[in-house]
Design a protein around this ligand. Structure first.
Ligand SMILES: *Cc1c(COP(=O)(O)O)cnc(C)c1O
Length: 375
């Protein structure tokens, strides 16, 4: 029997509507009390000193690079197995992304390959916690300390993840998060930055609103106040409307994580018996945020699977074909096939399957059945 299993379904509903109406009933729509409440709660959740809400993870990455004075002439080491936002943010500040290959079993940036890529121009490392599994931050931090490099984490997949008690933001200058439509908590478009250093947090706060030293909620509290612009910044603040959509989701964050972890185990148990289909390994000490569930199939058959799965009602995606082989990167930097063979191997084999809290075990059984019939 044919079923329809969506690739992703959000779980926003009445609680979010109620929360939203408190903003519509107030006079303040942009960055104000609801955003500050969200920031306080996320800082507590992440065990970080500060959380600064912005309009997207892409903007978060750009602002962090800028706040750390990374720009033209500088190189930033990053993974090619990611969404283009990771390396595009480096280009946006005028610096050069330098790709380093990934670990074959996890798809995360391989700390062992970092040193060989360091040059006198290298200023930072930008790891991505792929699918929700944290990269080896302890090893990355050791190298960063040795070579005096900054670390900025792309933690778009990893709001809930940990590795040996370490969370995003703990071993780096800053960690960036996304509240984009398909992420584990969402307001359609949004993002944020976890940071511990006070001076850096202060600079990031200014950079998110043009570099102005007073935000709207401060400027219009009773008495008018003059403001200054010490830096050139961006327009990237998160408004109270979106923050209100995110706040109720924080109450479900742990339960939703537990559900995605349980559903991932159902997938993994089913797939263990299927010859020819593999999946990434979870390293010891990792609490996986389970943002995406991906399988690795025969590269010869991958695109056939991508065509057939939706015909049989199963939503799929590809995370990711490696960034260095996209036209702009090939043409601008001369990247070619076989330069990052592990990222390329995963990119040619990978398929992302449905994973979200409303997904049922019956639906997973159906996805597994379809995979079984197909191969
Ligand atoms: C979603 C995503 C981003 C971009 O997030 P936005 O909030 O859409 O800017 C960056 N990096 C990774 C790995 C992502 O998955």
């Amino acid at each position: 029997m044919l079923m329809k299993v969506e690739f992703y379904k959000h779980d926003l509903g009445q609680q979010e509507l109620d929360s939203l109406s408190t903003v519509l009933d107030s006079v303040f729509l942009t960055t104000g009390p609801r955003t500050r409440e969200l920031e306080k709660k996320l800082a507590l959740f992440l065990h970080c000193a500060d959380f600064i809400a912005v309009s997207s993870c892409t903007q978060a990455l750009v602002i962090c690079l800028k706040a750390l004075d990374i720009g033209p002439g500088d190189e930033v080491l990053t993974t090619p197995l990611t969404f283009i936002a990771s390396s595009n943010s480096i280009l946006e500040v005028g610096a050069t992304p330098v790709f380093v290959d990934v670990e074959p079993r996890t798809g995360n940036l391989d700390a062992e390959l970092i040193e060989a890529a360091i040059t006198p121009r290298t200023k930072a490392i930008l790891p991505v916690h792929l699918y929700g599994q944290m990269a080896d931050m302890r090893s990355l931090q050791a190298i960063a300390d040795q070579y005096n490099l900054q670390i900025i984490e792309d933690a778009a997949h990893c709001l809930e993840g940990q590795r040996e008690g370490i969370r995003p933001g703990h071993l780096s200058a800053a960690a960036c998060f996304s509240f984009y439509a398909t992420k584990s908590i969402t307001c359609g478009e949004g993002g944020g930055i976890a940071v511990n250093d006070q001076a850096l947090a202060q600079k990031i706060k200014l950079l998110r609103t043009h570099g102005m030293n007073k935000e709207a909620s401060e400027r219009y509290q009773g008495r008018y106040q003059h403001w200054d612009m010490p830096y050139l910044g961006y327009k990237a603040n998160l408004d109270d409307i979106r923050s209100a959509l995110l706040l109720p989701q924080l109450d479900r964050i742990k339960a939703n994580l537990a559900t995605r972890q349980r559903l991932s185990r159902v997938y993994e148990q089913g797939l263990q018996q299927m010859a020819g289909i593999d999946f990434p390994e979870t390293m010891p000490g990792v609490e996986h945020a389970r943002h995406l569930f991906t399988i690795w199939v025969d590269p010869e058959k991958r695109d056939t699977y991508l065509a057939q799965l939706p015909e049989l009602g199963v939503g799929v995606a590809v995370n990711y074909r490696p960034v260095h082989l996209l036209s702009y990167y090939c043409q601008t930097f001369g990247y070619k096939k076989d330069m990052f063979p592990r990222a390329e191997a995963i990119g040619s084999r990978t398929i992302s399957l449905p994973l979200y809290p409303a997904l049922t075990e019956q639906e997973i059984e159906y996805v597994l059945e379809v995979l079984n019939v197909m191969h």
